[in-house]
Design a protein around this ligand. Structure first.
Ligand code: GCB
Length: 591
């Protein structure tokens, strides 16, 4: 039976309700350079409710759920006065026990007053990250939505702002076949607004993008600066870096300025994380940045940092906290990097999605090289154009956010994806995107190994600068001779990085017999890895899995209890396992 549009029950029968709210118009085109800019935080207590049936989208809650209850003449299904709240940033799974496994939509709402600080100011909302589809509503109007659970996004509020405002976010973290990642992962699918949310006030014309880099010509004698304005105007930008004696005017043509300038900065490296202050001014807008200059390149199977061969002594890490989920505070990030330094690492893989932007900012300061990646993980709908657009957008947002970070040396475009034609085309295009937006870094992925032929066999490798492999000899695969053979057979003209290896053990579980899931077995596994890896010349990076135990739904046995226990440190982020000290010795003394 057809339901008439005028029928008051129409929304109950409308299964196409999401279409109007799924424009995905909030994407990398809207990114704005915000580092060191003053912001007005909207963190704190928001009204909150889960909404399993998407009733809010069907009934348009954002229009009236904040109106006073007194005097209503029709019944309603949600109002913000019911007392439920959530803190932002947070993950709803660790807020209330009943939401632990919740997957679906949830509504956040808050009120804020607005008074313009200067004539013709423009106001943008920035959300650091929310997982996965975020729809934004201000004063009863839908402003747009964003796909992707780990990168920042912006929406302009200027036209809709009033003296008093109600802002609603509908965040949906459902796993499905076309998202990135897809529905099957080995980490926990936290939901919610788990990074900062803020208002940014800008002049009518502002600096939208500010990219600084060492020109990768092997000479270390020029820096590049590229600036984009919010509009396609002509003019001049004042650009200065006092410590390098630079004070220049850069011509702007149709909103773009790009120049290379002679300069001989002290080069940034993990041992010497030298940073410089930079400033750019256009009209009423000034931005500042703190940036290091270094060159990362490969030459055959060698990785060169500032022209010198380097080995990556690494460790992987997830963004996961027993109490906070994916919320990362700076003290947690500092502890993470302190543990990596204690191990003797110069490198970390931030798996398997973009981590908090402060991670790379801190790594710049303390001197650690980073591999950052997007969650093109395992199975992905590689033949779906919309899925490609989503992955490509996540990559762009990550790169635009972090491409001034000297610490970031590699963009990871995928992890263990089956080598089909559709996947090759999809991922080749991602490598092109990465190189197009950022020609100063390496493009990488964790590739596939043919276990029978014992070779790295992945057509994607030809399109990468670094070939990663995840190998679990001693754990999923018993025979270390296979790893030796992979090393012997490896003849690609690119450095090989072991992007994962490890074994599970709950902290403190010992076994004289080296039983599975004991620290003794894990230790033996690491020791055997060291011996084998040390004999493979092509291996220029070693990055075991993983620094801390992390939450994951799929690990249910008597030792796992919902956690992947391959951490060198327990989920308490304190208790070290035996393998921690072993890896520390390997890095400090043998590799
Ligand atoms: C892998 C995956 C990683 C898993 C790990 C494991 O190869 O890339 O996400 O957590 O193995 O522990 O099995």
């Amino acid at each position: 039976m057809m339901v008439e549009a005028s029928n008051a029950q129409a929304p109950l029968h409308d299964e196409d309700y999401d279409r109007a709210f799924n424009r995905q118009n909030l994407n990398s085109d809207g990114m704005i350079f915000t580092r060191h800019r003053p912001v007005q935080s909207l963190n704190g207590t928001w009204t909150f409710t889960t909404d399993r049936c998407d009733t809010g989208l069907r009934q348009h809650w954002y229009k009236d759920c904040h109106l006073p209850i007194e005097g209503r003449i029709a019944p309603w299904d949600y109002d913000v006065w019911n007392g439920e709240t959530a803190e932002v940033p947070s993950c709803w799974n660790v807020g209330r026990p009943e939401n632990f496994h919740y997957e679906g939509s949830a509504w956040y709402g808050r009120h804020f007053p607005y008074v313009a600080e200067r004539p013709s100011e423009r106001v943008f909302l920035r959300i650091g990250a929310a997982n996965y589809d975020t729809k934004i509503f201000l004063n009863g109007r839908f402003l747009g939505n964003h796909y992707g659970g780990s990168t920042p996004f912006f929406v302009e509020l200027t036209e809709q702002l009033q003296a008093e405002n109600w802002l609603f976010l509908c965040v949906n973290n459902e796993r499905n076949l076309v998202r990135v990642p897809m529905r099957h992962t080995d980490w926990f699918n936290y939901g919610g607004v788990f990074r900062d949310i803020e208002l940014i006030r800008l002049p009518e014309l502002f600096i939208k993008d500010f990219f600084l880099y060492l020109v990768p010509n092997g000479q270390f004698d020029h820096i590049g600066v590229s600036i984009e304005l919010s509009d396609e105007v002509d003019g001049e930008i004042e650009f200065s870096m006092p410590e390098l004696g630079i004070d220049r005017r850069l011509p702007v043509i149709r909103g773009q300025a790009a120049m290379t300038l002679a300069a001989a900065p002290e080069l940034w490296s993990p041992d010497h994380p030298r940073l410089y202050a930079a400033k750019a001014r256009f009209g009423d807008d000034t931005v500042s940045e703190t940036v290091g200059f270094r060159e990362i390149k490969t030459d055959g199977q060698t990785i060169l940092l500032n022209g010198e061969p380097i080995r990556f002594r690494g460790i992987c890490v997830h963004e996961d906290d027993h109490a906070l989920g994916r919320v990362s505070h700076d003290d947690d990030l500092r502890r993470r990097f302190a543990h990596a330094k204690e191990l003797g690492c110069n490198f970390m893989r931030l798996a398997h999605y973009p981590h908090h932007e402060h991670a790379a900012e801190l790594a710049d300061e303390i001197g650690l090289l980073l591999w950052e990646e997007i969650p093109v993980y395992w199975s992905i709908a590689f033949d779906n154009d919309a899925t490609f657009a989503d992955a490509d957008n996540q990559l762009r947002e990550l790169i635009l956010r972090d491409r001034n970070r000297a610490s970031v040396v590699a963009w990871g475009v995928g992890n263990e994806n089956a080598d089909t034609d559709a996947r090759l085309a999809f991922m080749r295009r991602l490598t092109e995107t990465a190189r197009h937006i950022d020609p100063t870094r390496l493009v990488a992925a964790a590739c596939l190994v043919n276990q029978t032929a014992r070779t790295v066999e992945d057509r994607l490798a030809a399109h990468l600068d670094l070939v990663g492999i995840n190998e679990y000899y001693g754990w999923y695969d018993p025979d270390f001779a296979d790893l030796e053979a992979i090393g012997e057979h490896y003849d690609l003209d690119r450095p090989l990085v072991i992007t994962e290896t490890g074994a599970d053990a709950p902290a403190g579980r010992r076994s004289n017999q080296g039983a599975l899931f004991s620290e003794d077995q894990m230790l033996a596994c690491y020791e055997a890895q060291f011996k084998t890896i040390a004999g493979i010349d092509a291996v220029k990076g070693f990055c075991p899995w993983i620094l801390y135990d992390f939450r994951t739904e799929r690990r249910k046995n008597s030792f796992q209890h919902g956690y992947n226990r391959k951490g060198l440190i327990d989920k308490d982020k304190e208790t070290k396992k035996l393998a921690f000290t072993a890896l520390q010795r390997f890095y400090r003394e043998d590799w």
